[in-house]
Design a protein around this ligand. Sequence first.
Ligand code: NAP
Length: 313
Amino acid sequence: MYDVLIVGLGAAGYTAAIYAARYKLKTFIVGFEDGGMGLTAAEVGNWPGDIDIKGPDLMERFKKHAMSFEEVTHKIGRVEKIAKKGDHFAITLQSGDVVEGKTVIFATGSKKRHLGVKGEAEFSGKGVTYCATCDAFFYKNKDVAVIGGGDSAVEGAAIAAQVARKVYLVHRRKEFRAEPYWVDRVKARDNVIFVLENQVQEIFGEGKVKGLKLAKPFEGNDTLTLDGVFIEIGSDPSVDLSNQLGCVTDEKGFVTVKPTQETSVPGVFAAGDNTNASNYFAQFTTAAGEGAVAANGVFNYLSTVKVEGGYMG
Ligand code: NAP
């Protein structure tokens, strides 16, 4: 029996594991994508102490740190089911293994949104992808479009512009949500073409992407001829597992947490992009902070149970 089961191998999950281990809690951490959304950050310029580090390298360091503790058991695998079993919890992995713990931290992150336009599903993996920074390097000297106006899209366009011939940045408004740092980076590139106040209507091709159709003409043409389309229109919280335990979500679909990161279900905590904490600001720093607070919450929760009448929270 573990003290805590952590689901998710991103910044929130690994930080929770580090803190839990230092509290001497027997910790099981599991997930199917080692590194989580952190893997998609080509350049991380806002992790304090590292002026410039790649997301996958940073996540490797998180993992190495977490796994340096003998209290931490690490497993790659998909969690299919979670259930309450008496006063504890049991998770069932795709492999059929069942692991039990006294508490849970959901650090399940988020999943990329789809546009829902004609051709998107047909050409997914054939020129349509959902991670510009991961896939841009396959498009050397090609023409691509990045859709969206947040950090993911604008960072993606900046990275793609380093290798692609032309990058169309298609955004439905004039203003960008992205950090001014990234907006300045793309504005400085003469191979980034801004297609603003416009939307994608259809993605077309033949076996692979050949272009997209816009809702309104751009420079007299309502199609763009392309080799790749990177859809970066945000993410939705991954709450399937926390829903299985009945954790309350807010009106936007994120797990509602208290300042301790505890959910509406006693003994169940959540941290990172799946929660409504940190004003929905999805960053390495906020995910790590929430992971630390969740592990502290677990420690206090377990201590409270042991010490009757005492409350350490
Ligand atoms: P986001 O901030 O939610 O931005 C999504 C963008 O897609 C918005 O510009 C939105 O337009 C547009 N969009 C949404 N639905 C659309 C639709 N159906 N059709 C067309 N456009 C649509 O998502 P994100 O960029 O993935 O960022 C998510 C979080 O991760 C943020 O907290 C962000 O700061 C963080 N992040 C940070 C970095 C970094 O370098 N610090 C890098 C990546 C991500 P509107 O603006 O009109 O709503």
